[in-house]
Design a protein around this ligand. Structure first.
Ligand code: ATP
Ligand code: MG
Ligand code: MG
Ligand code: MG
Length: 468
């Protein structure tokens, strides 16, 4: 039988349920109760009060000793920000599912290591020769010892020594944000090529064929505002496995996007745009840029749908601004590479996503209509046309160089017509020849419109945009 996404998820739940873990639902991807956090960026977020020992005894979660779930995560903005990679690489998404198992002051390293190894190699049947594990090498500055206990545990489950690698603070000390629960971690990486090669040097080296799959965090500290580490009241296990990455490994694909998680979305995009089919090419190999655009649009509709369903509507602040930026980014790709008609583009892709993920996440079924309306409204608002006359007036009265206006307008999702601009320029020149003060009159007539336009163009530039 095939490892469909659905089967992979359920197999993960079953494995840990049999080991005494309660299956709990994902928390909202919008962390309404945590002002330190832009979006939910890891499975542990909803359990933060348990780790910190601040959970109310009456809270349902307070009774939990072991839990398992899949968590909706967004990494666009904040400490963990992967927006710039999306479209370009094969294994980062802005929205993804993180499978996790937890021990709250119950089992610790030994069980976590043994179970993760058994699940990957025995239940999912991944080839152990393609797996590499890492452990924390310690940090003298932070006064932290190397995690030799983890190293020994990996040896004891049979990982050969040349597949057990030390890792630094950046890769092997997991932190939720600037403050909060943290601890040394031990990760599992999968080599997608195999065939007896040793890929140890490619671990944590940004190689798309040697991918980090699962992080086991040994929660022991709480990072304070002054950067010091305070020891937590108890030790916990917090693990996070990238669902899309695991599925990609199990389906023997080079890329997360070549799995049954994304195929239905690509099919729908193709149906709506009439574009050529998706071929999973990257960088220079994606000659016409269309595969990149497929990935951006499919990734972004997932973020938009889940963020809006959980209450993050597009606007100009914080979370809402990220949602707005992501939509504009998607619109830009859709317009440029698919020549798509903007106004209700994303909402036409939406049904395919709801069909595919609605069973696991019923909130997107329930909120489908709201999501559709917000997407359409936002697309409409962002796709206003900048007339040739406007472009010329911006130059003539505010001194905005045409090039800059064009660039910025494009980034705001405003379309423009070159011929119209040339015509407006010509017309204005003739007019100013005839009437000397014509440009002033012109400006007076359009003060309101120009002020609005100027405001729009002065929005801070999103940092994923081309620099000039
Ligand atoms: P990477 O080094 O690949 O960016 P990470 O170390 O930032 O991953 P963790 O914070 O350890 O990731 O999160 C736990 C797991 O979640 C990772 O091992 C990975 O499988 C998955 N994951 C992390 N970021 C993404 C993402 N942007 N898209 C898909 N899966 C992700
Ligand atoms: Mg990362
Ligand atoms: Mg990493
Ligand atoms: Mg990691």
């Amino acid at each position: 039988t095939e490892w469909t996404g659905v089967r992979v998820r359920n197999t993960f739940f079953d494995y840990f349920a049999k080991k005494g873990h309660a299956i709990v639902p994902s928390s909202s991807v919008v962390p309404h109760n945590d002002p330190t956090l832009l979006f939910t960026n890891a499975g542990m977020n909803q359990f933060k009060p348990i780790f910190l020992g601040t959970i109310a005894a009456t809270d349902d979660l307070a009774k939990l000793k072991r839990a398992v779930d899949t968590q909706k995560c967004i990494r666009a903005g904040g400490k963990h920000n992967d927006l710039d990679d999306v479209g370009k690489d094969s294994y980062h998404h802005t929205f993804f599912e993180m499978l996790g198992n937890w021990s709250f002051g119950d089992y610790f390293k030994k069980e976590a290591v043994e179970w993760s190894w058994e699940l990957l190699t025995k239940v999912f049947g991944l080839d152990p020769a393609r797996l590499y594990v890492t452990y924390f090498e310690g940090s003298p500055e932070m006064n932290l010892e190397p995690d030799l206990e983890a190293k020994e545990l990996w040896k004891s489950v049979g990982v050969p020594e040349d597949h057990i690698l030390p890792g630094n603070m950046k890769d092997n000390f997991w932190e939720m944000g600037a403050t909060g629960p943290c601890g040394p971690c031990s990760e599992i990486h999968y080599d997608k090529i195999g065939g007896g090669r040793n890929a140890a040097h490619l671990v944590n080296a940004d190689d798309p064929m040697v991918v980090e799959v699962w992080n086991n965090v040994f929660m022991q500290f709480d990072r304070q505002e002054d950067k010091s580490l305070k020891t937590l009241p108890a030790k916990h296990i917090d693990t996070g496995m990238g669902f899309e990455r695991l599925v990609s490994a199990l389906q023997n694909k080079d890329s997360n996007y070549a799995t049954d998680i994304f195929t239905p979305l690509f099919d729908k995009i193709q149906e709506v745009t009439g574009a050529r089919p998706y071929t999973d090419k990257y960088g220079k190999d994606d000659v016409d840029g269309i595969d990149t655009a497929y990935r951006v649009v499919a990734d972004h509709i997932r973020l938009l749908t889940f963020a809006i369903s959980d209450g993050a509507a597009p606007n100009n602040e914080g979370r809402g601004y990220v949602v707005r930026r992501v939509l504009r980014r998607g619109v830009r790709y859709a317009r440029k590479y698919f020549n798509a008609e903007i106004g209700s583009f994303f909402s036409q892709i939406l049904p395919a996503l709801v069909e595919q993920m609605g069973e696991q996440f019923p909130e997107i079924v329930k909120k489908q209509q709201d999501v559709k309306e917000l997407l359409d409204e936002e697309e409409e608002a962002g796709s206003k046309k900048l007339s040739g006359a406007d472009v010329w007036r911006l130059y003539d009265t505010f001194g905005f160089p045409e090039d800059l206006t064009k660039l910025m307008a494009e980034e705001r999702g405003l379309s423009m017509d070159e011929k119209e601009i040339a015509e407006a320029r010509e017309k204005a020149r003739e007019a100013s020849k005839a009437v000397k003060e014509s440009s002033q009159t012109f400006a007076k007539l359009n003060v309101h419109q120009l002020a609005e336009l100027k405001d729009q163009l002065q929005l801070p530039l999103p940092d994923d945009e081309p620099k000039f």
